[in-house]
Design a protein around this ligand. Structure first.
Ligand code: GRF
Length: 205
């Protein structure tokens, strides 16, 4: 694997409205962040987040997963695109595709995800309704390094919210989403500081 150089090049993968994409873009645009948002990539041509990218001059691409018969072929195209763009770190932000073990291994410790639960609780979909059905008193979100198992891997940041007596899945999702928009930049900050330190040391050798 090639050595990273500063500024680190980040790609964000998304599938839908892209509110986490926006919070990450705002963080990366901040002063003294040793990174640039080199690529935003959607697997869906109709993803709402693409309009945000166009309005903010963020380089964006679509790789439509429907054009690929095999999951592995889509992932190979994705890997190629990320490699061509010289990407150092990939952030999945509402990216609603399972990635193959091969892909995840190729990006080991350089692939982050946000999940709307306090992992390891509620892996998979419908996390808010499942927390309500269980009578959970707290819920939240997790940012983690990805591993081949779905919604698995070392947690970097978790943020909690209370579950209120009159919550619906929608009200709980909205409360968790507010915390997602704080948690992902926090986690990225932690990871970038570590990666930038390594890149800086490499440059001095
Ligand atoms: C977020 O709740 C994320 O945790 C989940 O899907 C949602 C995506 O929202 N995986 P957005 O597209 O970032 O607004």
């Amino acid at each position: 694997m090639s050595q990273s150089r500063l500024p680190l090049r980040i790609a964000i993968l998304f599938s839908g409205r892209g509110s986490n994409l926006q919070s990450l873009a705002a963080y990366i645009a901040g002063e003294e962040v040793p990174a640039e948002l080199a690529l935003a990539l959607s697997n869906r041509p109709d993803a709402g987040g693409l309009a945000f990218c166009a309005a903010h001059n963020i380089p964006a691409q679509v790789i439509d997963h429907k054009q690929f018969e095999q999951r592995a072929d889509f992932d190979a195209a994705l890997h190629q695109q990320l490699t061509n763009a010289g990407i150092d770190l990939v952030c999945c932000a509402g990216f609603m595709r399972l990635l193959t073990a091969d892909f995840v291994s190729q990006w080991h410790d350089r692939l982050l995800n946000i999940h709307p639960s306090l992992l390891p609780a509620y892996k998979g979909l419908n996390t808010h309704q499942r927390a309500l059905d269980d009578g959970a008193s707290e819920h939240g979100c997790s940012v983690h390094f990805m591993r081949p198992e779905m919604d698995d891997g070392p947690v970097i940041v978790q943020r909690k919210v209370p579950v209120l007596a009159d919550d619906t899945a929608d009200t709980l999702a909205a409360r968790v989403l507010q915390q997602e928009h704080i948690a992902y930049p926090e986690a990225l900050d932690i990871v970038l500081k570590k990666m930038a330190g390594t890149a800086e040391q490499t440059r001095q050798i």
